[in-house]
Design a protein around this ligand. Structure first.
Ligand SMILES: Nc1nc2c(c(=O)[nH]1)N[C@H]1C(S)=C(S)[C@@H](COP(=O)(O)OP(=O)(O)OC[C@H]3O[C@@H](n4cnc5c(N)ncnc54)[C@H](O)[C@@H]3O)O[C@H]1N2
Ligand code: MOO
Length: 414
């Protein structure tokens, strides 16, 4: 690899080309079995099917009386049909045995309908009392068609039916349904672990007061949160001094499925990360036709673990993460590579200028359906991303997006 330190980049890789490499080289991780209680948010590797039908017994949908519908034929308020009340069925405590025509069982919603019954007469249309012989009876004041207020086996889910497709990031209700069908474990994609190496002798950990020539490291917080958003777990941060040997041993010892190196990616005399990565593995891209994050890059360690070289400037770091590391971490975890931001079509209210040949990450403010670029373009101005509502990505072939044009804004808030 050519040493760009104090010399500069000779050429820049197109964003599209860099993404093609990542798409080819980064595939999802292996799978693992997790208990159903831990499956929310995980990505199913295969379709998950119902183990048994829900409900697995015929159940009442209303409170009232289980009976044979036919037996209530001709019932009316003034001429009720009298049935012998022979028992009760509650959820978890069914009536033992079958009933015959002319008999009824008191039943509550969700309870098993006894054999011999095929309908439920709602409590509001019935009246309990004593028959001529003093035995308990229920009087039906209207006829009940067969099947009324009775849920068939499998009304919710049939045994063997696909509940969720492969690739689904499981929703709370998905695991609810799966559990209801007796599923105990789900095969999901392993979550990527991420190691964040923060380089820069000037940096103090978050929570410190900036002092002297030292500033507070913000990239570790932003990167950790973004990695978590993208499905990573086991995210660890390490601070690495600006010495080649220190960067080398940190990279060697990093572990994790993905390594993010913040800072030291550019052409300064202390920018060791690209050279160290080239020594230990391979640098595939270093220098991208984009702004900010021009010095961004990535490569691989032996065994194929990806290392992302993220410029130290905080906006560049965020931007390089979003373009390259984010899609890769999501793909490792089985999620779509596409940016997860909510999108909104807006009209450009003040022209957006970009340089043809490079992709621009333009921070914008949104007012109604109108979009304004944020004046500063400095990659060190992290507060620009706090003042912005989102970003517009200007493609390499575009130069000026004039007032009145429609653009898609990727919103920072979900
Ligand atoms: N001669 C050239 N100089 C620079 C070029 C170039 O092409 N030729 N590229 C510039 C661009 S663009 C960027 S971006 C930066 C990236 O440089 P590095 O990745 O080497 O980053 P550092 O030099 O370590 O830091 C840059 C800047 O950001 C601050 N920083 C670093 N880490 C953090 C952190 N964790 N939290 C908050 N702030 C951080 C650091 O103090 C510097 O101010 O290079 C340009 N130079
Ligand atoms: O690309 Mo640098 O990332 O502009 O400051």
């Amino acid at each position: 690899m050519r040493d760009v330190r104090m010399r500069g980049f000779r050429e820049h890789t197109a964003v599209e080309r860099a993404l093609e490499v990542l798409e080819r080289r980064i595939q999802r991780l292996a799978d693992e079995l997790v208990p159903i209680a831990e499956a929310v948010g995980r990505v199913a590797v295969e379709p998950v099917r119902a183990r048994i039908s829900v409900p697995h017994f015929v159940r009442a949908a209303m409170d009232g009386y289980a009976l044979l519908g036919e037996a209530t034929a001709g019932a009316a308020a003034l001429a009720p049909v009298e049935l012998a009340l022979v028992g009760a069925s509650f959820p978890g405590r069914p009536h033992a045995g079958a009933i015959r025509r002319g008999e009824a069982v008191r039943i509550t919603t969700g309870a098993p309908v006894p054999e011999g019954a095929d309908a439920v007469l709602v409590a509001e249309r019935a009246e309990e009392g004593a028959g001529r012989d003093g035995a308990a009876v229920v009087r039906a004041r209207e006829p009940v068609p067969s099947g009324k207020h009775v849920a068939a086996i499998g009304e919710d889910v049939l045994e063997g039916a696909e509940v969720v497709p492969a690739g689904r990031r499981l929703r709370p209700q998905d695991v609810g349904v799966l559990a209801s069908t007796g599923v105990a474990e789900v095969r999901v994609v392993r979550r990527p672990s991420v190691r964040i190496l923060i380089t820069g002798d000037e940096l103090l950990p978050p929570g410190s007061a900036p002092s002297g020539a030292c500033i507070v490291d913000t990239n570790s917080l932003v990167l950790s949160a973004l990695a978590r958003r993208d499905g990573a777990e086991d995210i660890a941060v390490a601070y690495v001094p600006d010495r080649r040997e220190a960067v080398r041993s940190a990279l060697e010892a990093a572990g994790g499925d993905v390594v993010l190196v913040s800072g030291g990616s550019s052409v300064g005399s202390e920018d060791h990360a690209p050279l160290v990565l080239a020594e230990l593995g391979e640098v595939v891209v270093h220098g991208v036709a984009m702004r900010p994050a021009k010095p961004a890059g990535f490569g691989f360690l032996p065994g194929g673990r990806a290392v992302f070289l993220l410029p130290g400037n905080p906006v560049s770091c965020l931007c390089a993460y979003e373009f390259f590391a984010g899609p890769s971490i999501r793909a490792l975890g089985g999620l779509p590579r596409a940016w997860p931001h909510r999108r909104r079509r807006c009209v450009v209210a003040s022209e957006i200028v970009s340089q043809p040949g490079r992709v621009d990450y333009v921070r914008v403010r949104v007012e109604g359906d109108r979009v304004f670029p944020i004046a500063t373009s400095g990659a060190s101005i992290l507060s620009s991303t706090t003042r912005a509502d989102g970003v517009v990505i200007v493609q390499a072939e575009e130069a000026v997006i004039g007032e009145g044009a429609e653009v898609e804004v990727l919103l920072y808030d979900a």
